[in-house]
Write a protein that binds this ligand. Sequence first.
Ligand code: SF4
Length: 306
Amino acid sequence: MDPAAQAILIRADMLGIETAFTRAEQMVPCNIGSGKSGMCCKNCFMGPCRITKDGQTGICGATLETIAARNLARAIASGAAAHSDHGRDLAFTLEAVARGEAPGYAIRDVAKLWDVAARVDIPTEGRTTNDVALDVARKALGEFGQQRGELTYLKSAPKKRYELWKKLDLSPRGIDREIVDTMHRTHIGDDQDPVHILKGAIRTAIGDGWGGSMWATDISDILFGTPSPKVSQVNLGVLKTDEVNILVHGHEPTLSEMIVAAVQDPELIDYAKSKGAAGICLAGICCTANEVMMRQGIPSAGNFLH
Ligand code: SF4
């Protein structure tokens, strides 16, 4: 572990302040559900059902394999929802920028906008940046609610991979569509076939990786600039004892990019100085730290554990 993080964790311990590590030490692990000692299902209120013996099933008849597949599928649907929804928010921001309704935001990487437009068959010739951006934003938003067909970005995958997805019926129809489908089929009384459940989970994961998350990356590049190698600093040592320290956190870059701009505002710096600070120190935590570091070179103070 990073020495600066170690020092602060030891100090927190001396002061009796809880951390994720002390909580983990105190946490009594659930005695089932680890995969070694059985499986637990809480998908309906006839349960929780605890499957600890060979051949045992849940009250609804779900086997150990079905419960394991359902639990994994639901975790995938939840993760896909969290990351893809981030992409949706960025598409809304791009739409607002294109309409002139998002003061402070701009299209910083026009070349990337043109590249994305070409990949999703949006014409660019003779059109304004805002017109193309509006179409790209609407295309992205349409991919979330699409009910049939397949996601447009799938064709960006290597041909062999794309054809394998088609052959195995793993091509996601729409980003939200697959998340809902997984939540539906893992509900009590629906899909009991673990292989079939896992195929739905894979479609959902591809819908995130080649849909929501990929749109999030591409639109972030369009709005905030495509990352390039930068020199920066990492760990709690980036905090300053004589400045106002602000840490940006969370996985949505829409707000943090504005905070990066705000801390450079001379009026705010003067205000901090008027209160006795030497200035404003901005750093990031976790995935937002990664966002603002790779695009703006802002230092990272660490992650959510330390
Ligand atoms: S879905 Fe089936 S296995 Fe799960 S809690 Fe309900 S009855 Fe039990």
